[in-house]
Design a binder for this molecule. Sequence first.
Ligand code: AMP
Ligand code: GLY
Length: 437
Amino acid sequence: MTQKAAMVVGSGGREHALAWALARSPQVKQVYVVPGNAGTEWPANPKASGLQPRAAAKNVAITTADLPALVALARREEIDLTVVGPEAPLAAGIVDMFQAAGLTVFGPTCESVQLEASKAFAKDFMRQYHIPTGDYAVFDDYRAASNYLDQVEYQVVIKADGLAAGKGVLMCDNVAEAQAALRKVMVERAFGKSGQKVVIEERLNGPEISILAWSDGYTVVPIIPARDHKRVFDNDQGPNTGGMGAYAPAPDISPEFIESVRQTILQPTLDGMAERGCPYMGVLYAGLMITEDGPKVLEFNCRYGDPETQAVLPLLETDLFEISQACVETRLDQIEVKWRPGACATLVMASPGYPDSYPQGLPVSGLDKAATLEETVVFHAGTARTKAGVVTAGGRVLAVSAVGDDLATALNRAYAGVARIDFEGAHFRRDIGLTYR
Ligand code: AMP
Ligand code: GLY
């Protein structure tokens, strides 16, 4: 039974959490992480208890862009299941390529990835299938877009159409700001080719929530709701980042709300993709704003969130390998997904200067001390191993996750973990989950 080999594509905190969860599956013997980081290698531990992984994990030094090498690796190591973390290899068609090679892979095909890779595609799709989202218009001509801004009635957000690592969304308070944002995207090409087309969107107000869900193309199972903290500084100040911390489940999100999101947003999205002949298998991530008129979609992502994944997987009681297999084999309706009661909090420790430029190679200390803490897992993100030990190698360096019977306990434990770890200039937010502490 415990003979399966799993592979995780990517190198961040999300991928560490995915590898960790797969290594807890009773079916899995070995996890490969490609290319992984300093945290994604560990020996098998048959006596694992609590939050410890049991199966071994090891890194393979192949970049996520080298799809033929990934296919060759999956064949050579007889990988039973590959889970893809980041959007770039998904948009490059990794799932299509693995499927064509007869390999089992979890993630949407490149046609379905358009939901994330093209904001114009996503908006037109939502309009066609009556999925609630803000008003919008799409332009590939700068003059026409600029004229539109002069006459549009609502406050706008300007979005570069293509992938822009979460940075291609510009919030505008007035027409002058909107014109400047439009120039930045379409004329100065601040986001390169991603700015060939823009979406000009109605600016919405309200609290945000990410609802992620597993999908086998036809059945959708929502994951417990996680709330990310995108701004770099406390009190939501400073520029947007990939995410500075998260907690799950978000106490203000009721099961009824999630059910309504399933019915009005997630299921219609699956049905629409199936109707178009490209059933959506993988994780569907809906970034929502809860407006006075109900939840509206801000964006779709076609993958697990980072750091949301690090906050939800420690609470997952059902075998992630089994859930992923069920998605691939179109039998998700037969799986009962169970969550541990309580809450999980995740705190990101970032390099000084992130999300702008930052130093690398700073020695990280205290990881051993944090590892002994109760109900705590330290997920690595931007780290590398050198002869001298673990050093920083990215903007987001670590994600410290802790579980507790309630959110306050989980947060206290996670902060205790962060307090034991250090690197020069380490930055973390002190107000993650503050409303609920
Ligand atoms: P996106 O990458 O589309 O999720 O946008 C990133 C962030 O920009 C979201 O998390 C929101 O905070 C904000 N945002 C995006 N679209 C809108 C909108 N239509 N109205 C207000 N805020 C938005
Ligand atoms: N945490 C935001 C994202 O994964 O897109």
